[in-house]
Design a protein around this ligand. Sequence first.
Ligand SMILES: NC(=O)c1ccc[n+]([C@@H]2O[C@H](COP(=O)([O-])OP(=O)(O)OC[C@H]3O[C@@H](n4cnc5c(N)ncnc54)[C@H](OP(=O)(O)O)[C@@H]3O)[C@@H](O)[C@H]2O)c1
Length: 330
Amino acid sequence: MQRVRYYEYGGPEVLTVEDADPPAPQAGQVLLRAEAIGVNFVDTKFRRGSDSGSIFQRPLPGRPTGDVVGTVTQVGPDVDRRLVGRRVAALAEDAYADYVVAEASWLATVPDHLDSGDASMLAMSAPVALRILRAARLNPGDTVLIHAAAGGIGHLAVQLAKVLGAGTVIGTARSSRKLDFVRNVGADVAIDYALPDWPDQVRAAAPGGVDVVLDAVGGSVLQSSLDLLAPFGRTVVYGAATGELERVPVVKLFALRSVTGFNLTAWRHANPDQARQEMGELADLFAAGQLRTTVHASLPLTEAATAHELIEARSHTGRILLIPTTPPAA
Ligand SMILES: NC(=O)c1ccc[n+]([C@@H]2O[C@H](COP(=O)([O-])OP(=O)(O)OC[C@H]3O[C@@H](n4cnc5c(N)ncnc54)[C@H](OP(=O)(O)O)[C@@H]3O)[C@@H](O)[C@H]2O)c1
């Protein structure tokens, strides 16, 4: 089979396509024949190593993670054999490959007829988008500010905010093309947060302040966002694309504001039953057409470096997929 790893930190060119034997599933694991692999921003940070900042460190050799959609071909010794043949989605390591090992306990079942773009969101991106809105205790009618709203998670969060009954949804992104996209996926207002007056534009759209902020950008975007919260407003911090880990000034919270953090791994540990139930809920929303994934590009697995280039250029809207091209072993 083919797979992509990296053996030194650096630019997209360090991603190396190689031949390897398919891995063997161990206890608690399944082997998937991948049909598509969703590429996530965080892996471009891991690949750059120490240049990315302290929260993005992973050892060499680099085995990129990814949102794999595929069919179970083998199961580990203690895993239910009835899974063989089932089409599933999973967040996995060493995921840029024709065959990928995944944890059996966190497989998302893919509804019939769901395309690989939507399916690629079921295990990680969509659960994060839904859970950050719930972590924010979104109430019907709330005004919601979603940063990086043109991204993989962002464009789902815009749609889910509306599904959950949000009032005004404000999405931020850079470039007019991305702002059009953010409006097209359902935001009422789209604002270019590369402009220095972006907070004033949010104030104009939400004169009473915003009830919810979803932020995985960090830095000055997070700091300015805290000032935009209405009384009882909630910010959910779920990443730091800038690599800037901000201190939250307690004095800003005195104005009846709160900040909470979110991480999918922590959430799965804290409440596995609900985490699994939400994967099913999201599958139903995709199957019903209430939630849609925009696939920005589908590239052959061997062009993983191009996928990373697109993400680092910040040119993508929605999802980027890698597609294995090697025929399955007989
Ligand atoms: N907490 C969790 O469990 C969890 C799980 C998965 C992902 N995440 C985080 O969620 C965020 C979204 O993930 P994703 O895979 O869907 O990525 P994405 O949104 O598709 O891509 C990241 C986007 O962040 C924006 N951005 C802002 N400042 C940036 C900077 N300094 N450098 C690069 N990009 C910057 C860019 O959009 P603009 O060009 O429009 O600014 C970029 O397109 C990431 O920060 C990721 O680390 C968290």
